[in-house]
Design a protein around this ligand. Structure first.
Ligand code: FEO
Length: 167
């Protein structure tokens, strides 16, 4: 049986994953309108991954006799001054998620819930990857700067990013 603290923490986390999925969906839609087909695919795929992260938590909660509640999450249709600003927001968002996962791991240890501790290791690994990917993308955008040709090829490369990732 899950303790109250673990129950609360897992529900909070699954709603954060839902929020991430919606945020990346909205970002994908923004870049699609700007004509960046590859980056748009990356963000739509990323949004699907976040939904999968949420589902994994829902299934775990149900398996352990917990209770799932979904928040009403509204994502404003944000516009970004530039691609760099968009990926900066994405990177900051992922760092926040990592902090929350770390906190959840800490709580699972304090509560001596080693099942949940073990379950969360997948998320720890995933966050290491997601932070590294978003930082790598930011670095590339920084490098490309105002070079339109560079941006064109970067957009092309991003199309199959999730299919080609080696992490
Ligand atoms: Fe599921 Fe990007 O955190």
């Amino acid at each position: 049986m899950l303790s109250k603290k673990i129950q609360l923490g897992l529900v909070k986390q699954l709603n954060r994953e839902l929020e991430s999925s919606l945020l990346y969906l909205s970002m994908g839609s923004w870049v699609e309108r700007k004509g960046y087909d590859g980056i748009c695919e990356f963000l739509y795929d990323h949004s699907n991954e976040e939904r999968m992260h949420m589902l994994k938590l829902i299934r775990y909660l149900n398996r352990r006799g917990g209770e799932v509640t979904l928040d009403k999450i509204l994502i404003e249709n944000i516009t970004y001054p530039s691609l760099k600003e968009l990926f900066l927001k994405l990177f900051e968002h992922e760092k926040k998620i990592s902090d929350e996962i770390n906190l959840l791991v800490e709580i699972s240890l304090r509560e001596k819930d080693f099942f949940t501790y073990n379950f969360l290791q997948w998320y720890v690994e995933e966050q290491t990857e997601e932070e590294a990917v978003s930082k790598m993308i930011l670095d590339k955008i920084e490098l490309i700067g105002e070079d339109k040709g560079g941006l064109y090829f970067f957009d092309k490369d991003m199309k199959n990013f999730h299919k080609n990732k080696k992490f």
